[in-house]
Write a protein that binds this ligand. Structure first.
Ligand code: MOS
Length: 708
């Protein structure tokens, strides 16, 4: 094991590849190369979806339903259409008919049904955005209201056991005999943790600009995967995939909310078809909570049975959550309990109730973020109850093989993360007694939690072409990867440069268009491994063949991977100060150590780790969405009400990593790092609040009204 947080170790010499060094003599892959599009972004030259304005472009403004459940009985657009510059009002009565979508949220303006408050019932189209907005407000919609129910409760009669949870995991699973082991355990622990819905709220709201050129549809869309948006639009509009071009060149964050096609692209394409003009649709921030997914609320019961030394004999994790009436999505919060700790009996399960709510979907580390909050809080409670150090308790429970599957881990460095984190944090000086450290009116505490995230990889295609024929050739890489702020272009250039044995600036990278070789979405922390595998393969074949252009796909490579359990791990340490007068929790220190395979760019990797940890800080302390029982819909609909962490909330976050050499991943060697940073952070902070105050809160966020 080696720890290195600024530069990657030089391992190129021992690898079967050409290797590459920049002018400074540093290896290219692993180096902290700056983002290629950084200058374009900070100077405003980089264009996002709403910044593409084709000639004669007009503007669409959606109309959200103002009832929580029911159907549209009439629409009066006469006042709206009388406004100067008004062009059209699309409704279920006149909008283009769409093919049946795989995702029911995209069946827009096809029926009068209103499954939840905020569902789009019309689209106003006008010469200017101002007129479109005025039209949207002037359209009169009549509804037949039906009763609604938006609240998840532990005793809800509609709860059922689904077949699968998100990610294709079996919803219910048992290894060994949980009931018998739990009953026989000398120490039993049983507690329930409750999490509210959460929203992704990327900086850039969802936006699309669409134009039809003959029978060809061009859409600039804020998306985490233009390939999927392209095939989806083709199916909806009855086109061949080659008749659709989707461009997602720069994307201002998504966190899962842009991982699946969203209403803006479909609405813009419909309106463009209807009006014969280019149409731009920018979803207003306050409408996002209703139409671009959310993290579903969870009620999680944890039952842990242990021996005297804290080793687990029984682990039960039962999750209750909600889904939409028209679409099943089950947040797989119990799934990390199948991976983390060895116990003789492990039972994990999910129940879900369909409610009159918007469809929940992916939000950064779906499953792991809420599930590990509950599991790692429970582990802390066990440590406190048994008087065992929380780091030591986790070390004692690390399994030899993946508990539920029995498969060997491809690599497993949780113990190293815990030990290295403890060393850097100064954990050995910690007094375990809760509620005993004061600084004036403040109570101080520290906490730890482990993190895990699975390694996903998806088939992708990529091409590489030799440019020019001079003494110092250039190379053009093409792959429909998406940069959602991660620095995808840069790391793909590094992968190509290393494999080709050239300097970084000899490689050009084109990403972000469905006209490029098809690639998987920027989601599930799988982007770099998936696209990088294809880029690596293309470059290797180019180098070995001596040709001038090579196109590859990795479907066979990905499918023929060996049978290992592949997961990234981490450990997060937190120190908080709790104001005993106001109940305010301030983060003083936050430190993460991660083991996620080979780190391919030290700068952008650190940025992802601390970004994930910042989002975990928000989940722990400030972020919450509330469903309104009376009105339906979400209460917090702007960034004044939905509190993402601001700079003043975030101390100097420290992220480090273990250099992990895992030969069973992919040729590039990375596990994916986009999500693991959020995973351990909420429990680490919550455990620190308990250590500070002596009071255990089993719900988030830890806002002053709860803590005070
Ligand atoms: Mo992430 S929730 O897989 O975009």
């Amino acid at each position: 094991m080696a720890v290195d947080d600024t530069t990657s170790q030089d391992r190129t010499a021992s690898r079967d590849r050409a290797g590459s060094r920049g002018r400074s003599g540093e290896p290219v892959l692993g180096s902290p190369a700056a983002r290629r599009e950084g200058h374009a972004k900070v100077t405003g030259a980089a264009r996002y979806a709403a910044e593409h304005t084709p000639p004669a472009c007009v503007y669409g403004r959606p109309v959200p339903a103002t009832v929580p459940h029911g159907s549209v009985t009439g629409i009066d657009d006469s006042e709206a259409m009388a406004l100067p510059g008004a062009l059209a009002v699309l409704t279920h009565e006149n909008a283009p008919r769409l093919g049946e979508p795989d995702d029911p949220i995209l069946a827009l303006l096809q029926t009068p049904q209103v499954p939840h408050r905020g569902w789009y019932v019309a689209l106003a189209v006008a010469e200017t955005p101002e007129t479109a907005r005025e039209m949207a407000q002037a359209i009169r919609v009549d509804y037949a209201e039906e009763p609604h129910d938006v609240l998840l409760r532990a005793d809800h009669p509609g709860l059922y056991h689904p077949e699968e949870a998100n990610g294709g995991y079996p919803a219910d699973q048992e290894t060994g005999d949980f009931d018998a082991e739990y009953a026989a355990a000398p120490h039993q622990f049983d507690a329930t943790y409750t999490l509210s819905p959460l929203h992704n709220h990327p900086m850039e709201p969802h936006a699309a600009t669409a134009v039809w050129e003959g029978g060809h549809l061009i859409a600039y869309d804020s998306s985490q995967g233009a390939t999927l948006v392209g095939t989806t639009l083709a199916a909806l509009f009855g086109l061949e995939p080659a008749q659709v071009t989707v461009v997602s060149e720069h994307v201002g964050g998504g966190f899962g909310s842009k991982g699946t096609p969203r209403p803006q692209a479909v609405l813009a394409a419909m309106a463009a078809l209807h009006t014969g003009r280019a149409v731009k649709v920018v979803l207003p921030r306050r409408e996002l909570p209703g139409v671009v997914g959310h993290r579903a609320p969870t009620i999680q019961r944890l039952r842990l049975g242990t021996r005297d030394d804290g080793t687990l004999t029984a682990l039960g994790h039962d999750v209750l959550t909600h889904t939409a009436s028209f679409k099943e999505f089950v947040e797989q919060a119990a799934v990390p309990s199948r991976v983390m700790y060895g116990a003789v009996g492990i039972r994990t399960g999910h129940q879900v109730v369909p409610l009159d709510v918007p469809a929940p979907s992916w939000m950064r580390a779906p499953g792991e973020a809420p599930g590990m909050y509950a599991l790692e809080s429970a582990m802390d409670e066990v440590a406190t109850a048994l008087g065992i150090d929380p780091v030591e308790l986790r070390l004692r429970n690390i399994p030899d093989r993946e508990p539920d599957s029995g498969k060997p881990f491809s690599s497993h460095h949780l113990a190293d993360c815990l030990r290295e984190g403890a060393r850097r944090f100064g954990w050995e000086r910690r007094d375990p007694r809760p509620g005993t450290r004061r600084d004036g009116d403040l109570l101080l505490g520290t906490g730890v939690a482990a993190a895990t995230y699975p390694v996903y990889v998806a088939p992708s295609t990529a091409s590489v072409q030799v440019l020019g024929d001079g003494a110092r050739p250039g190379y053009q890489v093409r792959v429909n990867a998406t940069d959602i702020g991660t620095g995808a272009r840069t790391v793909l250039a590094q992968i190509a440069a290393e494999e080709l044995g050239v300097e970084l600036d000899a490689v050009r990278v084109d990403i972000g268009s469905s006209d490029l070789p098809a690639a998987s979405v920027a989601g599930g922390s799988s982007g770099t491994a998936s696209w990088g595998w294809a880029v690596h393969k293309a470059c290797r074949e180019l180098r070995e063949s001596g040709g001038s252009i090579v196109t590859v796909d990795t479907a066979t490579d990905v499918r023929s991977q060996e049978d290992y359990a592949r997961h990234a791990f981490g450990a997060v340490f937190a120190e908080v100060a709790v104001d005993t007068v106001t109940g305010e929790v301030r983060t003083r220190r936050l430190l993460g150590v991660f083991a996620a395979g080979r780190i391919l760019n030290a700068r952008t990797a650190r940025s992802q780790f601390i970004g994930g940890m910042t989002m975990g800080l928000g989940m722990a302390l400030t972020e919450q969405s509330t469903l309104d029982a009376r009105l339906g819909g979400f209460v917090e609909r702007d960034l004044a009400a939905y509190h993402v962490p601001a700079h003043a909330d975030v101390p100097d976050i420290d992220a480090h990593w273990i250099e992990e050499h895992d030969p069973h991943l992919n040729p590039v060697g990375g596990k994916g790092i986009g999500e693991i940073g959020i995973v351990g952070t909420p429990a680490a902070l919550a455990n620190a609040v308990h250590h500070a105050t002596g009071t255990r809160h089993r719900t988030l966020p830890l806002t002053p009204d709860r803590v005070g």
